[in-house]
Design a protein around this ligand. Sequence first.
Ligand SMILES: Nc1ccccc1C(=O)C[C@H](N)C(=O)O
Ligand SMILES: [Zn+2]
Ligand SMILES: [Zn+2]
Length: 207
Amino acid sequence: MSDWMDISQRLDEKVAVWPGDTPFSYKRTWNKEESGSVNVGQIIMSTHTGTHIDAPFHFDDDGKKVVDLDVNLYIGRSRVIHLPNKSSIGVKELSDFELTGITRLLIRTDAWIDRRYFPAVIPSIEPELASYLSKFGVRLIGLDLPSVDPIDSKELSAHHELANHGIHILEGLVLDNIHPGDYELAALPLSLAEADGSPVRAVVRKI
Ligand SMILES: Nc1ccccc1C(=O)C[C@H](N)C(=O)O
Ligand SMILES: [Zn+2]
Ligand SMILES: [Zn+2]
């Protein structure tokens, strides 16, 4: 059986965060000398840092929080498709792909070229894609981008339309070395009771 491959961004102080959002920090609050036994750390970060999932509460005050999300969404069979050089991704861009029976769809755009910097412009998901994908049974969409909507969007139409069609969102994947095809995916959020999003360690294994 093939090995699991890490498709997550590394979390350190260099990780690119949403403009104006909390920078990532890890700091040791106790060292072994101070505690007498152990090193203990503290992390401070935005819930939308690096590779992460959005809970509906991120864009809907009445939406589900992270702890309420079904873990089954984030583990299981997924399909990776490659869509480079697109300014937006809609029904037209996906029309050549067979999606029947696909629950989890990961889209490799290659559009976030230098992950050290937050991108100014990204290809966005067209809101109309949500109903198209839901007809095939898609429940999770993942992208190698920090958002499914344009960076300057305030309406977040794609976020809302995906949620309205029962499709959950995984953002900030690293798919540079992942060829199109079918994989097992694991990208579990933490059991954060109040949160609007959660970092995940995302991994895939070729089926
Ligand atoms: N962190 C932010 C701070 C301010 C405004 C938006 C964001 C976002 O994270 C939006 C993005 N669509 C996201 O879900 O990751
Ligand atoms: Zn997010
Ligand atoms: Zn988002």
